[in-house]
Write a protein that binds this ligand. Structure first.
Ligand code: ADP
Ligand code: MG
Length: 243
């Protein structure tokens, strides 16, 4: 059984993606065979750092999200996301006390209740589904699997799929890189997520309010894709030990 990833890296005084690069975890993974994956033993302080960093990033980008939604939607995505993540920030200490899956469940309920619009149920579904799928998750591999299953639930909820100029156009490629590279993907996560959001610019929206604009939705980044890239970028940075 592989050691939990974060404590292991901490013990070595390394941010976790360094640990991976330095081969600290590779030897163990080889010992355990092809199925091995580093455990992702998050402690209270790790969860708190992650929750706070995500919430602050979303809140700090309210204006940008508003501008993007003004261009191809109704201009409320920034306010919606700020409202949801202010609620998360307010509860951050209590949320961090919970285990990772239980924290995700509580966050999911907060997001459904507080974001509103189309994005609330979709982000809420992502968090709630990850909580359910990840209830027994022990390794990073388990969490990546849970993320993939949660994306499928978001697709069902939104009656949508990748390529339709939505937040799924960030979730799907980021998940694919995680499947391919595991913990080594963390160091690239912010860049990959930002490029994926940018790649929605030339797309024609087929779901959400922007779909009403038809061809006029072309030439603008999707607001939900941008908020998804902020969140996943922070996940990558925090798990790499950046603040
Ligand atoms: P609303 O569209 O109700 O004003 P928001 O502005 O908060 O809600 O969120 C808009 C974002 O939600 C879009 O940019 C898009 O990424 C996402 N979205 C909307 N509808 C769907 C859908 N059916 N499937 C996936 N994502 C969607
Ligand atoms: Mg909107």
């Amino acid at each position: 059984m592989a050691e939990p990833l974060i404590p292991l890296a901490k013990e070595a005084g390394l941010p976790i993606c360094w640990a991976q690069e330095e081969g600290v975890l590779d030897d163990e993974a080889q010992e355990d065979g092809a199925q091995a994956s580093p455990g992702i033993g998050m402690e209270r302080e790790d969860r708190l750092a992650l929750i706070v960093a995500i919430a602050r990033a979303v809140i700090a980008h309210e204006e940008e999200l508003t501008r993007l939604d003004q261009a191809i939607g109704d201009g409320d995505h920034g306010v919606n996301m700020r409202r949801g993540f202010e609620a998360v920030l307010h509860e951050a200490d209590a949320l961090a006390e919970l285990g990772t899956a239980a924290a995700l469940e509580a966050i999911g309920h907060l997001l459904v209740n507080r974001i509103g619009g189309a994005a609330g149920p979709l982000y809420g579904t992502l968090a709630l589904s990850m909580a359910r799928q990840g209830a027994n998750a022990q390794t990073l591999h388990d969490w990546i699997l849970a993320f993939g299953q949660a994306i499928e639930d978001v697709k069902r909820r939104g009656k949508s799929e990748g390529g339709q100029k939505t937040l799924l156009d960030v979730f799907v490629p980021v998940h694919a890189v995680l499947v391919e590279k595991g913990a080594e993907a963390f160091v690239q996560l912010a860049r990959i997520a930002e490029e994926a959001a940018e790649a929605t610019r030339p797309m024609r929206a087929l779901r959400g309010r922007a779909a009403f604009l038809g061809d006029r939705s072309v030439g603008h980044v999707d607001p939900g894709a941008r908020s998804a890239s902020l969140i996943l970028g922070v996940v990558g940075r925090v798990l790499c030990g950046e603040s």
